[in-house]
Design a protein around this ligand. Structure first.
Ligand code: FAD
Length: 381
């Protein structure tokens, strides 16, 4: 029996795509090479808009409150001289959700929605009939489907099928993270903190509120700036911790340090081809300014599934539907991200020239920071 849809990857993008398509009655197989719960290198920050999608997928309100989490009420931007600019989320709280349990919560919705799931199974490559993607080779077995959604993150099998190279420069970021106990948040408890450093162009260090006593701490940087920069990622995390004794004097690292790459939304439209859509990190969906990618994964996964459902009602997933998915993605994710790439460049100049020291500039920044242009964790419609 030919399936309607194979989804590669059961992370947020794949789970959103699988649940959405299966609930609408499509015959769906979701394949992930990992066995859940599995770790995912991440800062673990889920925005309010991301939490809304999770509620829809799980079918209850405040669904992430059923797993270990911290509630985030606001954010702080910290400048190299220690200046802090704060803002609240106006009641649109975000969350910190360790990814092992968060991703398992999403993955566990698949069977209930009617999808089949294969865990611990590797998609080696996608199958072609010359022009169209028609299935996937899963641990040596050829499985056919009318459409494939690749939601398998950086290095996607979809990139290989389409001949898309690994993007670098402004199209990629790198990040390092570890969990720490006993981080002292002082009066900024319940807020995410982003630290801008004069020698960390197009990047920031972060310290996020603890879940079960462990705070997610890390350093993020766009790849072009990182490649020109003074130190490797491991050294960056050490320097960040040393520079902020007010937070980390008593902090102890728990577990190991992790690094991973982030494919950024830096160009219009994700790649795609007949029979194949991409979603989440595989579709280069991460916001370059904030590093937020979970909402983008959930949203692009849902959107890809809706496009496949509409396409399968007719002639199948032709280029017309691929262009439709690209247009949706550009409208919902890509256009904003391109603007925010520009804001990131402006922020670099702001930091390099020390403008954050001027009272007027700080006043302007405080206003801008509360606006949608700098949004990290609040609701964005
Ligand atoms: C250090 C770091 C910090 C971050 N911090 C944040 C943050 O605080 N907030 C935020 O919103 N975003 C953050 N992000 C980005 C966020 O982690 C990603 O955007 C998000 O996980 C993308 O979800 P996804 O479903 O596209 O991919 P993933 O979550 O990576 O899931 C892909 C799945 O595909 C599976 N897979 C891969 N290849 C195959 C294959 N060949 N066959 C079968 N299965 C396969 C994997 O096992 C995995 O389960 C961060 C990223 C990094 C690296």
């Amino acid at each position: 029996m030919t399936l309607d849809l194979i989804v590669v990857g059961a992370g947020p993008a794949g789970a959103a795509a699988g649940v959405t398509a299966a609930r609408a009655g499509a015959r769906v197989l979701v394949v992930d090479r990992a066995t859940f719960p599995r770790p995912k290198t991440c800062g673990d920050a889920l925005s309010n808009r991301g939490a809304e999608v999770v509620d829809r997928l799980v079918g209850t309100s405040r669904a992430v409150e059923s797993i270990p989490h911290a509630v985030v009420h606001g954010a702080v931007a910290v400048f190299p001289d220690g200046t802090r600019v704060r803002r609240g989320f106006g009641g649109h709280d975000g969350y910190i959700v360790p990814r092992d349990t968060f991703d398992a919560l999403l993955r566990n919705q698949l069977e209930g929605a009617g999808a089949q799931v294969r865990e611990g199974a590797n998609v080696e490559r996608l199958l072609h009939n010359g022009t169209d993607v028609v299935g996937a080779l899963v641990d040596g077995e050829r499985i056919f489907a009318r459409a494939v959604i690749a939601a398998d993150g950086p290095g996607s099998v979809g990139w290989r099928a389409l001949g898309v190279p690994y993007r670098r420069g402004r199209g990629l970021a790198v990040a390092i993270t570890a969990y720490y106990e006993d981080v002292d948040f002082g009066e900024d408890e319940g807020r995410t903190e982003h630290y801008f450093e004069s020698d960390l162009r197009s990047g920031y260090g972060w310290a996020f509120p603890p879940v079960d006593g462990q705070s997610n701490v890390g350093v993020y940087q766009r790849a072009d700036a990182f490649e020109d920069g003074p130190r490797k990622l491991g050294a960056w995390l050490d320097v960040f911790i040393e520079r902020h004794p007010e937070r980390f004097a008593k902090a102890k690292q728990i577990g190991r340090t992790r690094t991973w790459s982030l494919p950024l939304a830096s160009r219009p439209g994700p790649p795609g081809g007949p029979g194949l859509l991409l979603a989440g990190d595989a579709a280069f969906s991460i916001d370059p300014l904030s590093g937020e990618g979970i909402w983008q994964a959930l949203d692009s996964g849902e959107q890809a599934a809706r496009t496949v459902l509409a396409a399968l009602d007719g002639q199948g997933l032709t280029m017309r539907w691929v262009r439709q998915h690209q247009a949706n993605w550009t409208r919902r994710i890509g256009a904003t991200s391109l603007v925010r790439l520009g804001i990131q460049d402006a922020m670099d100049r702001f930091i390099e020239r020390g403008l954050y020291r001027s009272r007027i500039a700080r006043g302007l920044l405080s206003r801008a920071y509360g606006s949608e242009a700098f949004e990290v964790s609040k609701k964005l419609k």
